[in-house]
Design a protein around this ligand. Structure first.
Ligand code: 4NP
Length: 150
């Protein structure tokens, strides 16, 4: 079992987008049993909330499920429950390291992609959820290829 946690700041825009896309890719390859997939935010401001309406609308547009997804904060418990912490930007990496320590694999989603960007811009501020979708799809496709070999 590979335990993958996507991390952003609020856990309502980017990491739920990546979580839903990654789960969809894993289901398409019939690998559901091999993965435990979740997402969390380094801040708990939106705890208990559904993903942002922009993330919900974009995922609905691509026919990807968001069932059962609610915002939650990253906690020290996640250190034991997950192997891979896949972050959206540099500040997520810094904050995740502070919470889960140095031993775990904390990576940036776009480090795996063929994109010049290293951070997923935050659509909470840019309003561009299509950009978020495309970047998350690129990163998640590469992440799945990597983890299938791991
Ligand atoms: P996310 O975006 O980290 O991609 O979920 C944000 C969501 C909420 C806030 C900032 C970023 N906020 O300031 O409430």
């Amino acid at each position: 079992m590979k335990n993958v946690l996507f991390v952003c700041l609020g856990n309502i825009c980017r990491s739920p987008m990546a979580e839903a896309i990654f789960r969809d890719l894993v289901e398409r390859e019939q690998l559901t049993e091999a993965f435990h997939i979740d997402s969390a935010g380094t801040a708990g401001w939106h705890k208990g909330e559904r993903p942002h309406r922009g993330t919900l609308a974009k995922l609905a547009e691509y026919d990807i499920s968001t069932d059962g997804m609610y915002s939650r904060p990253l906690t020290q418990h996640d250190r034991d429950a997950f192997d891979y912490f896949v972050c959206m930007d540099d500040s997520n990496v810094e904050n995740t390291r502070r919470i889960v320590g140095e031993e775990k694999e904390v990576i940036r989603l776009l480090d795996l992609a063929d994109n010049a960007l290293t951070e997923v811009p935050d659509p909470y501020y840019t309003g561009d959820f299509e950009e978020t979708y495309q970047l998350c799809l690129d990163g998640c496709s590469h992440l799945l290829q990597k983890l299938k070999k791991a």
